[in-house]
Design a protein around this ligand. Structure first.
Ligand SMILES: [Zn+2]
Length: 279
């Protein structure tokens, strides 16, 4: 998407921002809410597409590694973590999560415009830099977390392989992927690769979108308060909640929790819906 298209998109949504700026807070609040909802729906399809792409790519990645480990165990009786495996995962996740972050950053700008702020070139630049920085900082951490779990699951499964005479390569592969028969002597529960890929896709798209949205709003100087760190979605695996701008009675712009996108409105997110989560 070019910058001009982005500008057009904002301008088409943000008609008469100056009028909004003089509306009483309660009315302005309604306007912001009304503007935020169609925006979420507009982005919904793109976010679901990114989830699907991540889910498929991560599943293929985990299956590939399980196959390599099982083959190595069968032929040599040992396995080792590949030097390039973390980089491969990074390359899989980065483009999709950067896209989710860009969408979040764009949502931040649209939110800023809706709040009556004149979006100039500087703000556009700051917001897109904030979104890109957000992705760069977090994808590395995510890759390390996923790698840690993957390693632990491979270690648990190969330990079982060592102590189970006659176990086939196929059964080991199933054990690593968590799709096999009852995981016999494997300590702890092995989460299936498909389940992990789905959890990663949903949760991390939410994290990238929301994180970049907040970073962009903060970078443009629109949101005057930071959201409380422990109330920023996602608050649980598969969370699809959102944080949207809200205007407080004193006119400052804060953040409001929204469970709109959550499939399962859970005990954690339910009570937070529509709450001011600003500091
Ligand atoms: Zn949620």
């Amino acid at each position: 998407m070019t910058r001009q298209m982005l500008t057009d998109a904002v301008l088409s949504i943000a008609e008469m921002p100056r009028v909004w700026a003089v509306l009483p807070p309660d009315v302005l609040q309604n306007v912001l809410t009304l503007k935020a909802r169609p925006l979420q729906r507009e982005y919904e399809r793109e976010l679901r597409r990114l989830e699907r792409a991540i889910r498929q790519a991560v599943t293929a990645y985990l299956r590939g590694k399980a196959r390599q480990v099982a083959e190595s165990m069968e032929s040599m009786g040992v396995w080792r973590w590949g030097d390039t495996w973390e980089d491969e995962l990074y390359d899989i996740l980065m483009p999709h999560l950067a896209d989710a972050a860009r969408l979040g950053g764009k949502a931040g700008l649209v939110g800023a415009t809706a709040a009556g702020v004149n979006i100039g070139g500087v703000a556009w630049g700051r917001a897109s830099i904030a979104a890109a920085q957000w992705a760069a900082q977090h994808v590395g951490d995510l890759v390390r977390q996923i790698t840690e779990t993957t390693r632990a699951q491979i270690q648990a499964a190969t330990a079982t392989f060592y102590v189970t005479p006659g176990m086939t390569r196929g059964t080991l592969e199933d054990l690593i992927l968590g799709t096999g028969i009852e995981p016999l002597a494997v300590p702890g529960r092995i989460i299936s690769a498909a389940e992990r890929a789905e959890m990663i896709a949903t949760t991390e798209v939410t994290r990238a979108y929301t994180g970049a949205n907040i970073a962009a709003m903060q970078a443009t100087g629109v949101a005057q308060v930071q959201p409380q760190a422990d109330k920023v979605p996602p608050l649980h695996p598969r969370c699809r909640c959102d944080a949207v701008p809200m205007v407080r009675d004193d006119g400052t712009i804060s953040w409001k929790y929204q469970t709109l996108n959550d499939d399962l409105v859970c005990d954690i997110c339910g009570p937070l819906n529509e709450q001011d989560i600003g500091q």
